[in-house]
Design a protein around this ligand. Structure first.
Ligand code: X2X
Length: 342
């Protein structure tokens, strides 16, 4: 090697090690991922897959620890978005419901009976509406990367099989943190009460509340039949997507190459998570329903007319919330759903 070439080589190697060192210095030894539910649920599993893919593909440069039970914010899931923005949380897989108090457009997915089937969810998240929501989230101060899914929120209770809104009359139903849910259950004649998931489970066990709504993957993994939830009604009124996000400062501290890895890992994990969330429900014989019935739970399927009674009763709530969510966004969502491939 000529002296000049050798010199160039030494300088280049030096520059490279300085760059690596610089990156290593600004990287944290551990990043904190917030989740409501842990890896026993599709939701937490999705977070775990994301963390593992990132670790593997960055050769350990980005090391993520899971904090299920939203433990970084003492279980108060409706504070998750603010904590993300402030950097109390580095990254999260979060439900649109829990972030909707801060980002009103996310209430879109909680509008009763907006999305009739899985194709409708996909038409929103994978289409122009999903893009628009990511722009909104970006403006609100986080970096959105991928969609996941909690799922269709079916109704359960300890009292009776629910087939009509009248069956819900006076029933005390635990709901999540957006006021939209209070409106929906009030319109149905029930007595909704807002509480965190952490507080909800003891409330079912003690009988302080009669019922709740959550995806069936949560019903089985949390064993809700053991806390008096003996009746399930399949009404498919609302489904909450999950969103994979990173805090803005954390994102900016990573090299473009690592950002690309984290983004792709979120997309890959999101896809796998959605498949897990739909497992047992998208097959023709819906094995998850049989599994739940085998636990001694009545599973009530509504016919079109029965379901329509719930749609009608909640239509004023839909109309009221259109304005809060944004009339144009709701119109775009309705158009995407009408044009969906079934
Ligand atoms: O609290 C709930 O019901 C849950 C677990 O589904 C959410 O975090 C939205």
């Amino acid at each position: 090697m000529k002296v000049r070439t050798l010199l160039k080589f030494v300088l280049a190697a030096g520059a490279l090690s300085v760059a690596t060192l610089g990156a290593a210095e600004s990287y944290k030894t551990e990043y904190r991922m917030s989740l409501v539910l842990g890896p026993a649920f599709p939701w937490g599993k999705g977070g775990q897959i994301w963390a593992e893919l990132v670790k593997e593909r960055t050769q350990g440069r980005i090391n993520i620890k899971l904090y299920p039970g939203v433990s970084l914010i003492q279980g108060d899931q409706t504070r998750e978005f603010s904590a993300l923005r402030q950097g109390v949380i580095d990254m999260a897989v979060g439900s649109t419901i829990n972030w909707s108090p801060q980002v009103k457009q996310l209430n879109l997915f909680s509008m009763p009976f907006l999305m009739p089937d899985y194709a409708a969810i996909d038409a929103l998240t994978q289409g122009p509406v999903g893009k628009q929501i990511f722009t909104t989230l970006d403006k609100a101060g986080v970096v959105p990367l991928a969609w996941g899914e909690n799922g269709y929120r079916e109704l359960s209770n300890s009292k009776r099989a629910v087939r009509t809104p009248a069956d819900l009359k006076g029933m005390k139903i635990r709901v999540v943190g957006s006021p939209l849910f209070l409106d929906t259950f009030t319109a149905l004649g029930a007595n909704p009460t807002q509480m965190s998931w952490a507080d909800a489970q003891p409330a079912f066990a003690s009988g302080a509340v009669d019922g709740q709504e959550n995806p069936l993957s949560i019903f089985t993994a949390a064993k809700l039949h053991n806390v008096s939830q003996k009746h399930v009604t399949m009404w498919g009124y609302v489904a909450d997507p999950l969103i994979f996000v990173v805090n803005k400062d954390i994102w900016a501290s990573w090299t473009p190459a690592d950002q690309a890895i984290v983004r792709q890992a979120a997309l890959d994990a999101g896809k796998q998570e959605i498949a897990l969330a739909r497992k047992g429900l998208v097959e023709a014989d819906q094995p998850l329903l049989k599994e739940i019935a085998a636990l001694g739970v009545t599973v009530t399927q509504l016919n079109a007319a029965e379901r329509d009674a719930f749609v009608k009763a909640t239509r004023p709530v839909y109309d009221k919330w259109k304005n809060t969510v944004g009339v144009d966004l709701v119109k775009a969502a309705e158009a995407s759903i009408a044009a969906r491939k079934k």
